[in-house]
Write a protein that binds this ligand. Structure first.
Ligand SMILES: Cc1cc2nc3c(=O)[nH]c(=O)nc-3n(C[C@H](O)[C@H](O)[C@H](O)COP(=O)(O)OP(=O)(O)OC[C@H]3O[C@@H](n4cnc5c(N)ncnc54)[C@H](O)[C@@H]3O)c2cc1C
Length: 415
């Protein structure tokens, strides 16, 4: 006999776990299914930023100098695998096309309703889940080593002011009042006060999953690729036997196509891989918020495990072996900025950002499949957008008026 639930959520990353929790909070019984424990994949290793104050999505570089640097594998912020270039070329081309100023503005506007609620929605779930100890409302700082890089940021700042995103301009001295352990190797910075961060993203996803269980729903191990129709419902085979539901949400992040393509649903999901490594600080050095070394393209965040250094993008197949070569290019810059000691784990961690070319997630009903819902493709900002995604999907699935217009996020926008 199959277990019956109101909804199945496939994928227990921050997105799926938040969707499941928002549904359970509305009284639905939910089975959250993953082959691993909650939050152990991409949602584990990110920079921990809840970027309620983002302006433009991360763009494909358009300066010739930068493109040449990337092509020659000298750019600290990006790497790629030669052997995978042909395979990922169509996605890279759409990403390049998307990265015009006009398109970036358009996506920034479309993301705004989600971004502007992201911090508040996390805060509510953190309170519900008894996980406020991981939450910091201390903003983040983006650093600019050269005047030119700071000037290049101006159009984004001006557009941010128009759409209600606040940033304070600081010089090196002003920045060091906030973070005294940063060495003044930069000339300017921006302090974004409406940004929050988490000191342990894994523990937060686990706390949301525990809250889900406390509400009477279940977290089960199973393979999402077993999804099929049975007795007029959706069925997934799990370690606890088959589970049936009228509605199923695909929240498998970078693995979403594994389930959708056999159902005939194709979306242009690209993978931007990224790495992290934890370092002990030297002596008593500390940080109180995430800091981005913008031109070099890495971040430093204080985490429970140490100072987490996260890298920019690596363009390669999702499942290709790890090649953390960016650390060699980055470390001299990171060490001159902050007194980093030794790494406190043997190997860097590899994660896979699930990116749509227009930097908007795919949210809502799946085309042509009754009872199938989509919640993936959050790219650089899935940790930020998990809870607010959950709320929007829960609004739609329960027939409530969605708090934001879901039309920009429909899968059909790609034709
Ligand atoms: C280096 C780096 C830094 C980042 N920094 C930030 C940041 O500061 N702020 C921010 O907002 N975002 C950040 N991100 C992005 C963010 O981490 C992701 O967008 C987010 O974690 C995606 O969440 P998800 O739930 O969609 O995917 P995932 O967390 O990957 O969850 C997908 C789940 O599906 C499961 N799964 C896959 N296949 C199957 C299967 N066949 N059967 C069952 N289960 C399956 C996996 O086990 C996994 O648990 C960063 C990402 C990286 C890589």
């Amino acid at each position: 006999m199959a277990q019956r639930t109101d909804a199945i959520v496939l994928g227990a990353g921050i997105v799926g776990t938040s969707v499941a929790l928002q549904l359970a909070k509305r009284g639905l019984s939910v089975a959250l299914i993953d082959r691993r424990g909650p939050g152990e994949e991409t949602s584990y290793g990110n920079t921990g930023v809840i970027v309620g104050a983002s302006v433009f999505p991360t763009a494909f570089p358009r300066s010739l100098k930068k493109l040449i640097q990337v092509a020659l594998k000298r750019a600290p912020e990006a790497n790629y695998h030669w052997g995978d270039l042909l395979k990922i070329a169509p996605w890279l081309v759409s990403y390049y096309r998307f990265s015009s100023l006009e398109n970036l503005k358009d996506s920034a506007m479309k993301l705004r309703p989600l971004m502007s609620r992201a911090v508040a929605e996390h805060e509510t779930l953190l309170q519900d889940s008894g996980a406020m100890k991981y939450f910091r409302k201390t903003g983040w700082i983006t650093l600019y080593r050269s005047d030119a890089a700071f000037e290049a940021m101006k159009p984004q700042l001006e557009f941010g002011a128009q759409i209600g995103v606040a940033a304070q301009t600081l010089d090196a001295e002003g920045t060091r009042k906030l973070e005294p352990n940063l060495n003044p190797v930069f000339r300017h910075s921006l302090f974004w006060p409406d940004v929050a961060s988490l000191s342990n993203p894994l523990m937060v996803t686990r706390a949301y999953a525990a809250r889900l269980a406390a509400l009477g729903s279940v977290v089960i191990k199973g393979d999402a690729r077993s999804l099929h129709r049975a007795d007029g419902k959706w069925r997934v085979d799990t370690e606890s036997g088959p589970v049936d539901a009228e509605n199923v949400v695909v929240a498998l992040g970078p693995w979403s196509p594994d389930v959708l393509e056999p159902l005939g649903i194709r979306v242009p999901l690209g993978i931007k891989r990224g790495y992290h490594r934890h370092f002990d600080p030297k002596g008593n050095a500390s940080l109180t918020r995430p800091v981005i070394d913008t031109e070099i393209g890495y971040a430093l965040t204080p985490m429970e495990q140490g100072i987490r250094l996260t890298t920019g993008a690596e363009f390669a197949s999702r499942d290709a072996p790890a090649t953390p070569v960016q650390f060699d290019r980055l470390m001299p810059y990171a060490k001159e900025l902050f007194p980093l000691g030794e790494p406190n784990e043997a190997e860097p961690w590899l994660g896979r950002r699930p990116n749509m070319p227009d930097a908007l997630p795919v949210l809502g009903r799946a085309p042509g499949q009754k009872g199938l819902w989509l919640a993936f493709g959050h790219g650089h900002w899935g940790l930020t957008l998990g809870p607010v995604t959950g709320r929007l999907i829960a609004d739609m699935m329960t027939g409530a008026t969605p708090f934001a217009d879901p039309a920009p996020y429909r899968a059909e926008r790609f034709g």
